[in-house]
Design a protein around this ligand. Structure first.
Ligand code: UD1
Length: 422
């Protein structure tokens, strides 16, 4: 199995280009099923989750082709199976996103019920309640969600909790419903807005995406479209934290600074100098050790849970102590035990981790447990003295495009060893 080996201690220096956003491309590829003709999606990152999504769409009968620079064409006209099977859903929970489009466009869907996962129970009840409110008949039987509907009808839906993929599922379903749908307490993440922009370019009528109330006027049909996916704010944040932890200077290009306000505020508090342009962000730590910061995760525009593990790693070598509070997922401190193996001083109580910065970490073999946790372990390896080996890097490959190549280009001594990840 592939591992990543890092020889820590180099201050990162240079430019890194940012890939298309994983959490935007997945719903967008799936939303192409709503169209009457083919859609072409560009700036698609080369990630395991994208491969899984393509396999899912392909198994349903969609015709897919990959052009230059990962431009993917999806032709849904040959769709004949309306099912997301367990072997795919269990590797990628975002498979649940096919539910809304399938029910809205084809009147039926069967999606294996996602089980528990490393970072908590992650229910999908709000997806199902929302679809029922739109008129779908939904049953959970033998580990499968089965949904059927004639034409969906618009409704006012108040989400109990802010859910990103839940909002996206209902947004997609409502585009073809008869009448008006209002989603209240909607997720405001930039990836929701990117999906809404994609749907609008297909002919959907959507207003309010990016606020907590989204209004959708259903239309009779949607057409295929051409669309370029927005840059990945979590990948951006991860490389900026890498720059801060190593005392280096990192400039992220082809990114969207306005999507990272909460993260940049925290990086500013660490003592980093930050400058931004239209599509770039530069962080300069000037060889200094970062100061610890307190973090509380929250839905956008709050501090993203997907950056929590990276800041836990940063605090572990920072000056002073920082309190990390995770409010979105119940079990998202799996990286802590691995960071402790490198010498980090962290104590976890419930949703809170207290991190007391130590002057140095020491390299050791460690194991990735989930996607963002694995990124935090790589970051820790970049500053640890000696060799760190991160096992189970398939977690990393789900969400980071050629991470070791990008870090090498910034000067890190990092390489992949063992067989290529599947
Ligand atoms: C998405 C992101 C993930 C990110 C997360 C939070 C994708 C593909 N994944 O995951 O990277 O970490 O948002 O920003 O976009 N909940 C319910 N019932 C539901 C749905 C969710 O109680 O039906 C709860 C969850 O348990 C969690 C909270 O809502 O506590 C937020 O989860 P949600 O926003 O749904 O996460 P995902 O969409 O799965």
């Amino acid at each position: 199995m592939a591992r990543i080996q890092i020889n820590g201690g180099v201050a990162l220096e240079g430019d890194v280009w940012i890939s298309g956003a994983k959490n935007a491309v997945l719903p967008i590829l799936v939303a192409s099923l709503l169209g009457d003709g083919p859609s072409r999606v560009s700036n698609v990152p080369h990630l395991q989750d994208v491969t899984t999504t393509m396999e899912l769409l392909g198994r349903m009968g969609a015709k897919l082709s990959v052009g230059d620079h990962m431009r993917i064409e999806i032709d849904p006209r040959s769709l004949e199976h309306f099912e997301a099977p367990y072997d795919l859903v269990k590797t990628m929970r975002a498979s649940i996103l096919v539910l809304g489009p399938l029910v809205a466009r084809y009147g039926r869907a069967q999606v294996s019920l996602p089980g528990g996962c490393a970072i908590g129970s992650r229910p999908v009840d709000l997806h199902l309640h929302g679809l029922q409110a739109l008129g779908a008949r939904v049953e959970v039987r033998n580990g499968n969600i089965e949904a059927r509907a004639g034409r969906l009808r618009g409704a006012r839906i108040i989400m109990d909790t802010v859910t990103v993929t839940g909002t996206e599922n209902l947004l997609m379903a409502a585009t073809l419903a008869r009448g008006t749908t209002i989603i209240e307490n909607a997720a405001q993440e930039p990836e929701v807005v990117d999906l809404a922009d994609f749907l609008t370019s297909m002919g959907a009528q959507i207003s309010g995406a990016g606020t907590n109330t989204i209004t959708i006027e259903g239309v009779e049909n949607l057409r295929g479209t051409d669309y370029s996916v927005l840059p990945d704010r979590i990948e951006t944040g991860t490389y900026l934290v890498a720059g801060a932890m190593t005392g280096g200077r990192v400039r992220c290009t082809r990114t969207r600074p306005s999507h990272l306000d909460a993260v940049l505020n925290k990086l500013d508090e660490t003592g980093a100098e930050i400058s931004t342009g239209d599509d770039w962000i530069e962080l300069d730590m000037k060889g200094r050790r970062p100061r610890s910061v307190d973090i509380t995760t929250a839905p956008f525009p709050g501090f993203p849970t997907d950056m929590q593990a990276q800041f836990t790693a940063l605090n572990s070598i920072a000056e002073g102590a920082g309190v990390i509070t995770e409010t979105i997922f119940e079990n998202r401190f799996m990286h802590v035990q691995e960071l402790q193996r490198l010498g980090a001083d962290i104590s976890v109580k419930g949703k809170t981790a207290i991190v007391r910065g130590v002057p140095k970490l020491n390299g050791a073999p460690i194991m990735a447990t989930d996607l963002r946790a694995s990124a935090s372990l790589v970051l820790a390896g970049l500053v640890a003295e000696g060799v760190t080996t991160v096992d189970r890097v398939y977690h990393l490959d789900r969400g980071y495009e050629i991470m070791e190549e990008k870090l090498s280009a910034l000067g890190a001594r990092i390489k992949r060893i063992g067989a290529a990840a599947g």
